[in-house]
Design a protein around this ligand. Structure first.
Ligand SMILES: Cc1cc2nc3c(=O)[nH]c(=O)nc-3n(C[C@H](O)[C@H](O)[C@H](O)COP(=O)(O)OP(=O)(O)OC[C@H]3O[C@@H](n4cnc5c(N)ncnc54)[C@H](O)[C@@H]3O)c2cc1C
Length: 1003
């Protein structure tokens, strides 16, 4: 007898499920029906959906009825979104304001609680218990998930683990009283644990980062091992959830390492998730099957499509990378079916669980199992609480083991989960939305995804916003940072560090007119993480060397200025290529010479590469751009000429990026350069000089004269043959540079162009409704990464009274959990400060802080910091905003926490300094965000993100007031500052003839 073809069998099973599910649909008198209707209303209007979800996202932070009404009115502004008329009247100001606020606030909370209650099992253990007992009465099993993912502190991770420990005890005690239900508790003789929990590893330790897997495994393991042991002791099952792809490798490594240990190697009641929406999903499955074979004990695998599709694709598009996920829905579905088959073929090694609400996917699981002669005890079907309830009922009725994923806990940490569910429920591509809304589409929905291939929306492309149709579109793309979560890249970086160590003791010469010049006087560049290590010796220039360098640059200018822009650009692109080739060596040099941690050092190289390519492209655009009005008989053009010799004086904080940025801009513009890097970062500068020579720039176009700022820098700035000074550094030095550059010396036939970028006193304002998870992470990164030594680092946090105490607690915990250590250690997020002077200065800030206010948090320095220039990340409080700590530049891992009563007052405090460099706002109020856009006076304003880490082209960088002369590095305007503009007008009329072909019809 011929077997029924596979797809026909899937169709039969699918239609059966549909029929049963139809019968189990919610009725009009049930709450679920009304919630469904509300969801459908949102699905119809994308704008309304986005606004409504964003409002839901901030709702848990709104503490008063007044702020609920205020936010509702902002998010659902009738002028912008289509909302029922009654709503307009409710939120508009008018009589009985207080009563209406109370009513609306109350109704909104109830509505949100109902919406959350649809997907979240309960806020505490007892309510979750009630739900799971209700599920068991319907013959459905459960897995409990404690809401919360990603943590910034050890204290929060401890709390998360403690909740699981208590939960295991409570559930185990209760489970002993439950009557046996073989359908979900296993067949006689082969019982399955009744208690089942799901865990997200990012909640188990701060800094869940694959850059140092051993460290992460140690830290996560420190909480995970006791938890697994506890589960084993009480006979519970534990499933490890899979999160975003950046955590995937570490999650697999953790799982495979810990479960291979003697204590757990023979334990069966453990599982992990594989994601079919990943292009590498099948590889993960193969890897786990191979691992399971070596381990020799059965374990569980839950197959899902994946919950982070939108975020993964957006992140990839932003980074110009191919997404790690399939980009067409049918591809995920087809992959899910291939992986289903593989899992079912391996039931002797794994216990398969399939998590899907897609009836085609579920029917295919059942059909594959039938083909392989498996029983319903050989696998289980899993679904999320609140999603596809009729489907669960149908499958349970058919005798399947259905397990419901039940999240419980506070809404605040669960907001990410709730929003993912809302998106999933209203997604156009989602199965649930299509399946029950249109019964006629069922045959289509049950088709084989690898054959049917329904069309799906293309991936969003990068949009180049260019309002001038005349302007060529930019083709610039930022270079990519190294992904250190990839083991091979980590190995290469370790190799690069060894290589640079092998170079220790090298002497780096000056370069004048293409010749290397060694001098007797040298500077030892020291590793700030280990002050006894000399990274290399750098020759020091004398004023006479500077004179020779300027003369060489002046001579070379004659040729360089008339070199075609395209040829200058080619050389810059060649330089970018050289940097990419030596990327890890340069990053390693930075780690050792200035103490920048791995990722930041690598990003510094990326920025340097970006500058070269960006200015190469910009000069070609500027040259090809007719910018003036032309009339018949008259040809007008704006031509740009290079100015001459540019003195580039750069800081150590961005040792490659800023030096390369200023140099490459001058070179693109046609100017020649004399580079004077910061003493502390001269080796990196010497390497840049090497690459400039290798790239083929003619001799004299770039000259290299490291030396003491006071002597060599001043001599350069004052030099009568230097036309432009491009300086980045402290305000104190910068102000002196502007002053001496402004003097027109005898015989100097031009005014010096001064491009001067200085420091800041940068603030982050945290609103009462801010997402505190995001704010804490951003503040810690902005204030403590690279030990707070960037000009963009955060030195003040101004928080609204309402959020002050909570933010303070969270910041304190996060500060105490900072990973401080030598920059060479991959996991270090806070490395050393640059030198002893910086240590002394930091200690003075601390003294002032303690005298004028108090220290509210300070991290402890670990023993490995003894050899270097380390200072502990610190938060100061109760300080007067007029104190020098809030008014002067304060480099180092330290910030002051200030309070404000209103948002407007917070912005006023933020603005009340002499600086205007970077600033940040964390708020979910559209009105406040608008206000900050208008009133926050800084060169770079960042909303709801960290305030460091600008990207060329996307966030042109530079400040005003005493932060700088107002130019923007990495912007389309930057090059114009290195050139003189000339307007040229030609009368093209010849005896009444208009030679311009365009106007030939003019008579
Ligand atoms: C019990 C349970 C546990 C889960 N645990 C996890 C977990 O640990 N980690 C995790 O990441 N997910 C997990 N999920 C999966 C996730 O939350 C979604 O529920 C699941 O991806 C939805 O798939 P579906 O088959 O139900 O729906 P369908 O509507 O058939 O599929 C929707 C899915 O297809 C994918 N998709 C959507 N658009 C596209 C596109 N254009 N191109 C390619 N693919 C696309 C996405 O993965 C999306 O979620 C779990 C789900 C359940 C039920």
């Amino acid at each position: 007898m011929n077997a029924v073809p596979f797809n026909q069998r899937v169709r039969e099973i699918g239609l059966d499920i549909f029929e049963r599910a139809d019968a189990a649909q919610p009725k009009i008198w049930e709450q679920a029906w009304w919630l469904e209707q509300a969801t459908h209303a949102l699905e119809k209007d994308n704008r309304l959906k986005t606004r409504a979800f964003t409002f839901v996202d901030c709702l848990p932070t709104l503490r008063t009825n007044e702020s609920i009404v205020d936010h509702l009115a902002q998010y659902l502004d009738p002028a912008e979104v289509d909302v029922p008329k009654i709503f307009h009247a409710a939120v508009a100001p008018g009589p009985l304001q207080k009563t209406r606020e109370e009513l609306i606030g109350h109704a909104t909370r109830i509505g949100a609680a109902q919406m959350a209650g649809r997907f979240i099992t309960g806020y505490d253990g007892p309510s979750a218990l009630k739900t799971i007992e209700r599920l068991r009465r319907k013959h459905m099993a459960f897995t409990i998930d404690v809401l919360g993912e990603f943590t910034t502190s050890d204290a929060a991770a401890d709390r998360y683990a403690a909740v699981y420990h208590n939960l295991l005890d409570e559930l185990a005690a209760r489970a002993a009283t439950w009557p046996l239900i073989p359908q979900i508790d296993g067949p006689p003789g082969a019982p399955m644990p009744r208690v089942n929990v799901s865990i997200k590893l990012t909640g188990m330790a701060p800094h869940f980062d694959a850059i140092d897997p051993d460290r992460a495994i140690r830290h996560v393991g420190h909480r995970l091992r006791p938890l697994l042991q506890h589960a084993r002791d009480v006979g519970a099952f534990v499933n490890i959830d899979m999160e975003a792809t950046r955590h995937r490798r570490l999650t697999l490594d953790l799982f495979e390492t810990i479960l291979m240990e003697d204590a757990f190697r023979d334990w069966e009641d453990i599982g992990i998730v594989v994601q079919a929406y990943l292009i590498d999903g099948e590889d993960d499955l193969r890897e786990l099957l191979g691992w399971g074979r070596r381990r020799g004990t059965r374990f569980a695998i839950r197959l899902v499509k994946g919950a982070y599709w939108d975020a993964e694709t957006a992140a990839a598009v932003r980074a110009y990378k191919k997404p790690p996920v399939w980009t067409r829905k049918w591809e995920s579905d087809a992959c899910f079916e291939r992986m289903t088959r593989t899992m079912l073929e391996n039931v002797e090694r794994i216990r398969p669980a399939f998590a899907s609400h897609n009836i085609r996917s579920v029917a295919a699981i059942v059909a594959h199992a039938e083909e392989l002669g498996l029983t319903r005890f050989d696998y289980e079907l899993q679904m999320l609480y609140g999603m596809g309830d009729p489907l669960k009922t149908a499958l349970a009725q058919m005798g399947h083991c259905v397990r419901v994923y039940c999240p419980y806990g506070d809404l605040m940490p669960g907001m990410g989960y709730l929003i993912r569910r809302l998106l999933e429920n209203t997604s156009n591509d989602g199965f649930l939305k299509q399946s029950f809304s249109d019964p006629s589409s069922r045959d289509r929905l049950l088709q084989d995804p690898s054959i049917a291939r329904p069309p799906s929306a293309p991936l969003p492309q990068r949009h180049y916003v260019n309002t001038d149709p005349e302007e060529p579109k930019t083709m610039f793309e930022n270079a990519s940072n190294t992904n250190f979560t990839v083991a091979d890249n980590r190995r290469k970086m370790i190799g690069a560090l060894e290589y640079v160590r092998g170079e220790f003791g090298r002497t780096y010469p000056l370069v004048i007119n293409g010749e290397s010049v060694t001098t007797e006087n040298t500077h030892n560049s020291v590793n700030p993480s280990c002050k006894h290590e000399v990274v290399g010796r750098v020759c020091l220039a004398t004023p006479t060397d500077v004179d020779r360098a300027v003369a060489a640059a002046r001579k070379a200018f004659k040729i360089w200025r008339s070199t075609r822009a395209g040829d200058r650009s080619s050389l810059l692109r060649q330089l970018a290529h050289k940097m990419e080739m030596r990327r890890l060596e340069l990053a390693a040099t930075m780690v050792l010479e200035v103490g920048k941690p791995w990722r930041e050092a690598d990003a510094d190289v990326t920025e340097a590469v970006d500058h070269c390519r960006y200015y190469a492209e910009q000069i070609e655009r500027i040259e090809g751009r007719p910018r003036l009005r032309n009339v018949p008989g008259e040809d007008n053009m704006l031509a740009y000429s290079p100015k001459g010799v540019c003195a580039v004086i750069s800081p150590w904080a961005f040792p490659l990026a800023i030096l390369t940025g200023m140099t490459s801009a001058a070179l693109a513009a046609g100017d020649t350069v004399v580079m004077k890097p910061s003493r502390q970062a001269s080796i990196l500068a010497a390497k840049l000089m090497e690459m400039i020579r290798d790239a083929g720039f003619p001799p004299g176009v770039v000259n290299f004269v490291p030396g003491a700022g006071a002597e060599i820098g001043s001599h350069l700035v004052e030099h009568g043959d230097v036309n432009i000074v491009a300086f980045t550094g402290s305000q104190e030095v910068g102000a002196g540079v502007i002053q001496s550059g402004a003097v027109t010396r005898p015989g100097q036939p031009f005014i010096k162009k001064m491009i001067v970028e200085m420091g800041g006193q940068n603030a982050i304002v945290v609103d009462a409704d801010a997402d505190l998870d995001g704010a804490v992470q951003a503040i810690i990164e902005s204030a403590f990464s690279f030990a707070g030594q960037k000009c963009s680092s955060c030195s003040r946090v101004i928080v609204l009274d309402e959020a002050h105490d909570l933010l303070l607690t969270r910041l304190r915990e996060a500060t105490e959990s900072a990973v401080i250590g030598p920059a060479e250690a991959p996991a270090s997020t806070t490395g050393p400060v640059i030198d002893q002077e910086a240590v002394d200065r930091f200690n003075q800030f601390l003294e002032t802080g303690k005298r004028e206010g108090k220290m509210v948090a300070q991290a402890k320095l670990p023993p490995e910091c003894e050899e270097g220039f380390f200072v502990p990340p610190t938060i100061l409080g109760d300080i007067d905003p007029q104190s020098s700590l809030c008014q002067e530049e304060t480099y180092g891992p330290l910030f002051v926490l200030l309070r404000a009563e209103t948002f407007e007052q917070a912005i006023e405090i933020a603005n009340d300094t002499r600086f205007a460099l970077t600033g940040g706002v964390f708020s979910r109020s559209p009105a406040h965000i608008d206000y900050a856009r208008r009133e926050f006076a800084v060169g770079n304003l960042y909303i709801n993100r960290r305030i460091t880490g600008s990207q060329v082209d996307a966030q042109p960088f530079g400040g005003f007031k005493l932060s700088g002369t107002g130019v923007k590095a990495g912007s389309p305007d930057y090059l114009l500052h290195f050139m003189d503009a000339r307007c040229i007008t030609e009368n093209t009329l010849r005896s009444g003839l208009v030679p311009n072909e365009e106007h030939s019809e003019v008579t």
